[in-house]
Design a protein around this ligand. Sequence first.
Ligand code: TRP
Length: 336
Amino acid sequence: MDTKRILTGDRPTGKLHIGHYFGSLQNRVKLQQIYETFIEVADVQALTDNFANPEKVKNNVKEIVMDELAVGIDPNKVTFFLQSMIPEIAELTVFYSNLVTIARLERNPTVKTEIAQKREIFGESVTYGFLGYPVSQAADITAFDATLIPVGEDQLPLIEQCREIVRKFNSIYGETLKEPQAYLGENKRIKGLDGNEKMGKSLGNAIYLADNEEEIVKKVMSAITDPNRIKKDDPGNPNICMVAYYHNLFSTKEEIEAICEECKKGKRGCVTCKKQLIKNIVEHLAPIQEKRHYYEERPKLVKEILIEGTVKARKEAKITMEKVKNAMKLDYFKEG
Ligand code: TRP
């Protein structure tokens, strides 16, 4: 096993969908074979914009872990932990907050975009907690000495901010923390069923890993197809059809070729095409859902995985904390 350590995380605000699956989960499944991997359930970060919905955050913790286990993350290889159960992360966040200016946080493009999208939560003035979540994320990463952070492109500014904090810390208090690197992997961003660039819960355009056949039928049937194709025998353009886009993810090469060919000639109706896609999605998700059911029926096991992982993660965070406190001269009660 390589010496690099991976840390990544998810905010528990909803179940995971196929955008997560193709965008990051498949990548995690691969990387767990090569690197020691920590996966954080970022409940504290989720609360920064869901502080008024603690139930929602709580309920999604186990859903997220079950989704991860269902796609093949191996609990014997990977350490799952809960952010709120690692007080060292909160402690580091306080120390790091001296090393970041408000102007720098306000310039963070990811935070900026999110604040603009969350006007209904924050109104005119964003909370201190939300503006500062990049600091807390830097604590997530450095608490575990993680050096490789598999993330989507939208997270790059957060990793950059973490690197700056690390450099500043090391330059003031001496070489203590490791500078992490983002790992983009294949990083496919999956469009929504409506053609939106992003698939998301709030956008209502996602297929969840846990969706049953009925839900998948409903969603695929309402997917956007070539708008110029009005009658069944009009020639279609698969390049502007979301059903064709999803066939590319779930169907075989031969199927895709045949579908596109017939569509362009006006020989294949959209309903037939959608039905075939539904069948392929259902088949693809079947083993994932079977595994998910296994864990759904064993809530105790899921809890144990989280508890065990959190205990292990906490040990690591304590080691970092000790180094950080020594570097910062916060070692009053030490002997000698
Ligand atoms: N900000 C990430 C997201 O919204 C979640 C996250 C929290 C994270 N802590 C992290 C990602 C540490 C990578 C590393 O998806």
